[in-house]
Design a binder for this molecule. Structure first.
Ligand code: GDP
Ligand code: IMO
Ligand code: MG
Length: 427
């Protein structure tokens, strides 16, 4: 028996979906605990590619219970579309359960996400570069205690009252502050009532299910979405998402205690990517960055936006080791770097006054004053995609991995050499 949390260590899209799918083969339960359909997790089974946004990445195993915890924000339209799509592809999704406490993304959240981003861009010349899915405004309502939750969605009398109360306020903001178009609240109610009817059979108490499974000695996998540097406290605020993707968020967003966790696995890439705006110390704004983007297929799973690319940053990984309490690291995409020549790794940051920082700065002003200190490492060549043991990897690749491990201060136990569920090496 073991309970494992899987978290992103960089700015997302590290290949968490792949690692979770592989580990889910042995899990009894897979739980999502934060974020919403801003996430895009890719699972590849042979020729079949599944891009999951809300459904937990264990959904392909009918025997594995797939839970969506209270910390997740749910766009019911997107969830129903995802279930329908999976049904068409032969995946029943009868193993899905959703916590009654989870907050619902309403149409005004998506609208306000866009209006707020446009306002910020006009006012300051920049914005967060959100996915536009209504994530921030939905979490705002949750914190303000005016949200509509899964329980309300499936109880028409609650839904009607809340759509009226919250909707009237949102319409005022949309019309009077932003000059936008108000929503017809009767239409919204009818639309969401129908979603509630469709989703009612999945509603449950995820905290109870998870605790009972734990007591029965079952294997539980907590599926992280987003990543450490997108965490609302420990990421590059304000260029972050509105939830806690770090390991602690798995407890809060599921309703279980920290003593139930046995291991925390951080997922990263052999380089770094970021989608959206905000600082990125090791970013490569050149042909090499473009080469890595194209070779790694670095285009957003959710929005299709090109991902920014750069060298592996050990300062970031040490930050992730600390704030998540990582017990092991999985690094994907060693295949992508093969044949690109000499590699660089950021080992520390240097401030303009010459001070060397080993830890990720607390505030962006300090980060802006930092430049990466690089160490050059000999590159490796060859086709890694067929390697299945550590010893089969090119010697220089093994040396790169050994150096990353040393710099991060945590064992790297899972190595990705391709997108497939078999293209992985366990050490
Ligand atoms: P997630 O959000 O962390 O689940 O990651 P995404 O699915 O958004 O992006 C990761 C991408 O990398 C997907 O297209 C995966 O299929 C792919 N991928 C995962 N691991 C590897 C790997 O080791 N090598 C290669 N070439 N691709 C990988
Ligand atoms: P997965 O789970 C990469 C980024 C957005 C933006 C910021 C805030 O696939 O790794 P939001 O819509 O959440 O308010 O956007 O966070 N972002 C992600 N980037 N992977 C993700 O998820 C992301 N989820 C949000 O691009 O910069
Ligand atoms: Mg993704």
């Amino acid at each position: 028996m073991a309970s494992s949390i899987i978290v992103g260590t960089q700015w997302g899209d590290e290949g968490k979906g792949k690692v979770i799918d592989i580990m889910a083969a042995k899990a009894d339960i897979v739980v999502r605990s934060s974020g919403g359909n801003n996430a895009g997790h890719t699972v590849v089974h042979g020729d079949e590619v599944y891009k999951l946004h809300l459904l937990p990445s264990g959904i392909l195993y009918p025997e594995t219970e797939c839970l969506i915890g209270s910390g997740v924000v749910i766009d019911p339209k997107v969830l129903i579309e995802e279930i329908d799509e999976m049904n068409k592809r032969g995946v029943a999704c009868d193993n899905l359960r959703i916590d009654a406490r989870a907050d619902i993304i309403m149409p005004w959240h998506r609208e306000l996400d866009k209006l707020e981003e446009a306002f910020k861009a006009k006012q300051t010349g920049t914005n967060v570069g959100t996915t536009g899915r209504g994530i921030g405004p939905c979490y705002t309502d949750k914190a303000e205690r005016v949200g509509i939750r899964m329980y309300d969605l499936v109880h028409p009398e609650c839904l009607k009252k809340l759509v009226k109360n919250t909707g009237e306020l949102k319409n005022l903001v949309i019309e009077k502050v932003y000059g936008g178009k108000a929503f017809d609240l009767d239409e919204v109610y009818e639309e969401y009532k129908a979603y509630g009817e469709r989703l009612a059979k999945y509603v449950a108490d995820v905290s109870v299910i998870t605790f009972d499974a734990y007591k029965a000695g079952k294997q539980i996998l907590f599926e992280g979405a987003q990543a450490t540097l997108l965490d609302i406290d420990f990421g590059t605020y304000p260029y972050v998402t509105s939830s806690h993707p770090i390991a602690g968020g798995a407890c809060v967003g599921t309703g279980i205690g920290p003593k139930m966790i046995d291991e925390v696995i951080g997922v990263g890439k052999s380089y770094t990517t970021r989608v959206g705006n905000g600082p990125f110390p090791t970013e490569l704004n050149d042909e090499l960055g473009e080469l890595i983007r194209n070779r790694g297929g670095e285009f957003g799973t959710t929005t299709g936006r090109p991902r920014r690319t750069g060298w592996f940053d050990a300062v970031i990984m040490r930050h992730a080791v600390r704030v998540n309490g990582l017990t092991a690291i999985a690094i994907n995409k060693f295949d992508t770097l093969s044949g690109i020549g000499t590699l660089k790794v950021c080992t520390a940051y240097e401030k303009s006054d010459g001070t060397i920082l080993k830890d990720f700065p607390v505030i962006l002003e300090e980060l802006a004053d930092c430049k990466p200190v690089y160490e050059e490492i000999e590159g490796y060549d060859g086709d890694l995609s067929q390697c299945r043991t550590f010893d089969e990897l090119p010697e220089k690749c093994r040396a790169y991995i050994a150096r990353l491990e040393e710099l991060c201060g945590c064992p790297i136990t899972i190595l990705g050499v391709g997108p497939g569920r078999d293209q992985v090496i366990f050490r």
